[in-house]
Structures are given as structure tokens and as C-alpha cells.
Write a protein that binds this ligand. Structure first.
Ligand SMILES: [Zn+2]
Length: 446
């Protein structure tokens, strides 16, 4: 026999063996009334998972709300629902560690009220499955926030608690040095370790270091990071001292491309304090917001090699329709500045998950929660604007096609998981199955 005949025969033998094995599995499975191995199979997408060093075509299978398998080929015979995601990117659900989501109080001109947004209206349609509220509540109103928003949202909502007891209710409250006690914040964080991920200090106008120092005290007592919005730019407390002396490794400097606190020196160089802070382990987060991202800061900083550790939105009612828009729009800005898709995904998934000490999130490891985004990278002529309304053109834009939260489809832009209506019975009603579908699951039979 020739070499090619041998290869042909052995391939044939291989296929026959597989078919026999498959038949056996199916017969045994049917005999014992087995449920399928997987509830949902996303087939043929380009998986980007920084935690596991994957950027390649992979199938992803989900069972009981967890990632069950990631492999080059997963047999659809073993899945209840198979969806082709060819040509799309499959990433961990996006983790946005800076939002304002305490929208339920009705308080006017307050982030513990009207300035906040209801998270589910903004998250799933942009591939976001986890948000961390950045200090809208303090220890005095956190439990109200938890009861009305955190516990009622489909989005996973985590929280940085404000060092100000009253929370983010306006400058009268946020400049009250008498309401910045570390102990009750630390006690609260220990009471809710699954939800409280850090301590926030923000918007302080005075010359004192008290808010930062007390936030760090609370963070140390509860062993959680501090996130700093450094407020007014004061010569008495320069950013260099904050980053090289006051913050601990693992603490987070948000709004890092705002330029509002000398992030760039007057000659356009990245502040040496930022570089020194990064060497010490301080984390640099985007926190775009309505007024915290300028091209004239971000572009030179990135050209000088000062990349972000994480991308976050600072979503609130002013930023939502400004240059910020949403996480995918901000990620598109970094693509426009020449960053790779793999980098941009890592900064929006695995890095922020690690920063808030939730390493079960932001990855597609087997056993991790099945929070997944399926994204389309559109090519064309696009524009991206900054806090001052200045535009940068770009040729790529990310759009969310499908979002899976805890193993179930919660958003499906083009109905790629749904049957064509013409294939259904004349009087069709709900078409899904609650094992993979959280949008229109068919009612369970009694
Ligand atoms: Zn904010």
C-alpha cells in the first residue's frame, strides 16, 4: 500500500470509531433519559480570553450557568442549543468597574439619586455583565442601595463604598471632613464581602489629605482596594505625593487621561509621579465619564507608552449621551489609537476583574460563571469624541450581538439564537428553553 492509502484508511477507521462511540453515547443517554451535556454551545467564534492566553477560533460550551468547555471542536450533539458565532468575537462578559447605579432614591442633583442610571438598561446591550458602582453610596445608605438596585438587577452589581458616610450626594456632603470615618466603612465591607469590592474617595475640593488617608485606612482594615477620583487640583496635595506615598499597591487611580490634575506635565510628558506610581503597583483606570477623557492627554500618554490597566465608563446621566456613550465606544477609541483588540478586551475583562479581587470573573475558564459577550468588529468610517467635543476618526467599531449572563441569553441583537418565524407552527408562542434563554423562554410543562 502507498503512504496516501494508509493515511486514507486510518482516517476512515478513525471516523468509523468516532461514529460508533457517538452512537453508543446517544443510545445510552436516551436509555437513561440523560439531559444534554451542555445547555448552550457557541460555535466557531474567535475567543479572546486573556486569563487563559487564548486568542483563536474556539467553541464555548455552557452548563448550569458555568463555562463547561472551551475547545477547537465541541460536538453539537451534546448541546441543547447550538448557535453559530462565526465571524464574531467571543469574550468574557465585560466588567465595568466605574459606574453610577444608585438611581432609586429620587434625590435631585445627586449620584445617590437622579444622576445615576438603572444598570440593566445600559449593560447587556453593550456586552457588560458586571458593574461596580463607584461610591454613589456611603456606609449610611449602602444597604438601601443594595435592597433597591443591587439585589434587583439582572446585571451583577458590585460596589465601592464612599468614604463619605452620606455617599455621593453633592459637594456639601462630599466636603464634610466630619463624615469620613474609616471604621464603619470597613465593618460594612466585611459584612458584605461578595458585593463590596473597594472604598471610593471623590470630588473633594479642600487642601487636606483626610479623604484619601481615611479611605486607605478603611481599605486596609477590610483588605480591599481604594479608588480615587482626586477632585480639585490643589498644590497642597499634588498627584505625585498621592501616587508615590499615599496610595498602596493595588489602589486605583481613575480618570487617568483627564488631564485635570497634571497627569501630563506642562511640556506634554506623562507626570513622572504616574510612572513611579505604576512601578509601585498603583493601578491606572480610564473612568471616561462626561469630563474625564481628552484626546490631547490620552494620545501623547499612550505614545509615550503609558497604557491603561483597565477601561471603565463612569456611566451616569451626563456621560451616557456624551463622548463616552458606553464601554464598547470607549474600547473603540483605544482601537482608533492603535491598540490591538486583544489588549482592549483584556483591559475590559480580566484586568478589571483582578483589580477588584474577583478572579472568577473576566475569564472563560471551565467552572467560571458563564458571563459572555459576543461582539462584532465593524469596519467603516467612524468618529469618536472626547470630553471637549473633539473628534478622532477611526475605522473600527465594536457592537454587541449577544450577551450571556449566568449561562442564559439576556440580549440578542439580531436574533441569532432564535428560529425563523416561517419555520414555526401557525399559532406559535414562546420559542426558547429556560435552560439557555432568559428573554422568551417557553413555559415549562406542568
Ligand atoms: Zn464617577
Amino acid at each position: 500500500m502507498r503512504q496516501s492509502d494508509i493515511i486514507y484508511l486510518s482516517t476512515l477507521f478513525n471516523i468509523m470509531t468516532r461514529l460508533i462511540l457517538l452512537a453508543l453515547v446517544l443510545i445510552i443517554g436516551a436509555a437513561f433519559g440523560q439531559s444534554p451535556d451542555y445547555d448552550l454551545l457557541l460555535q466557531g467564534g474567535h475567543v479572546i480570553d486573556a486569563r487563559n492566553n487564548i486568542s483563536a477560533i474556539r467553541d464555548v460550551a455552557v452548563k448550569d450557568g458555568k463555562i463547561a468547555a472551551v475547545a477547537e471542536h465541541i460536538n453539537p450533539q451534546f448541546a441543547l442549543k447550538t448557535v453559530s458565532v462565526k465571524g464574531l468575537y467571543v469574550t468574557p462578559g465585560i466588567v465595568d468597574i466605574h459606574v453610577h447605579a444608585y438611581a432609586s432614591t429620587g434625590e435631585r442633583a445627586s449620584y445617590a439619586g437622579d444622576y445615576s442610571v438603572w444598570p440593566d438598561g445600559f449593560t447587556f446591550r453593550t456586552g457588560v455583565t458586571t458593574v461596580a458602582d463607584a461610591g454613589s453610596s456611603g456606609y449610611k445608605n449602602f444597604e438601601d442601595f443594595k435592597e433597591h438596585i443591587i439585589d434587583r438587577s439582572k446585571t451583577r452589581v458590585l460596589a465601592f463604598v464612599n468614604i463619605v458616610g452620606a455617599g455621593m450626594r453633592g459637594s456639601k456632603f462630599e466636603n464634610n471632613l466630619a463624615d469620613m470615618e474609616p471604621e464603619p466603612v470597613a465593618e460594612l465591607a466585611k459584612k458584605y464581602p461578595q458585593v463590596i469590592v473597594g472604598v471610593k474617595t471623590a470630588h473633594f475640593g479642600g487642601p487636606e489629605w483626610t479623604p484619601v488617608e481615611n479611605a486607605v485606612k478603611a481599605g486596609t482594615l477590610a483588605n480591599i482596594p481604594v479608588m480615587v477620583d482626586f477632585g480639585a487640583n490643589r498644590p497642597e496635595r499634588p498627584i505625585e505625593i498621592l501616587l508615590t506615598q499615599k496610595l498602596r499597591p493595588g489602589d486605583i487611580y481613575t480618570h487617568c487621561y483627564s488631564g485635570l490634575r497634571n497627569e501630563l506635565t506642562s511640556d506634554g510628558k506623562v507626570n513622572p509621579g504616574m510612572i513611579e506610581g505604576r512601578k509601585r503597583g498603583v493601578i491606572f483606570d480610564v473612568g471616561h465619564g462626561g469630563g474625564s477623557f481628552a484626546w490631547r492627554v490620552a494620545v501623547p500618554a499612550i505614545q509615550q507608552g503609558f497604557l491603561p490597566d483597565s477601561i471603565s465608563s463612569d456611566l451616569h446621566i451626563t456621560s451616557m449621551n456624551s463622548g463616552m456613550k458606553d464601554m464598547l465606544n470607549i474600547m473603540g477609541k483605544f482601537l482608533a489609537m492603535g491598540m490591538t483588540l486583544d489588549q482592549v478586551i483584556q483591559w475590559s475583562t480580566w484586568n478589571p476583574a483582578r483589580e477588584i479581587h474577583h478572579e472568577e470573573l473576566g475569564n472563560l475558564s471551565v467552572g467560571s460563571p458563564a458571563d459572555i459577550a459576543v461582539l462584532r468588529l465593524e469596519k467603516g468610517n467612524f468618529g469618536f469624541t472626547d470630553m471637549y467635543g473633539a473628534r478622532m476618526n477611526g475605522t473600527q467599531k465594536l457592537r454587541c450581538e449577544l450577551t450571556v449572563r449566568a449561562g442564559k441569553v439576556v440580549y440578542d441583537l439580531n436574533g441569532i439564537t432564535r428560529p425563523d418565524w416561517k419555520t414555526l407552527p401557525k399559532n406559535y408562542t414562546r420559542t426558547g428553553d429556560k435552560r439557555w434563554d432568559a428573554i422568551t423562554p417557553a413555559p415549562t410543562k406542568p
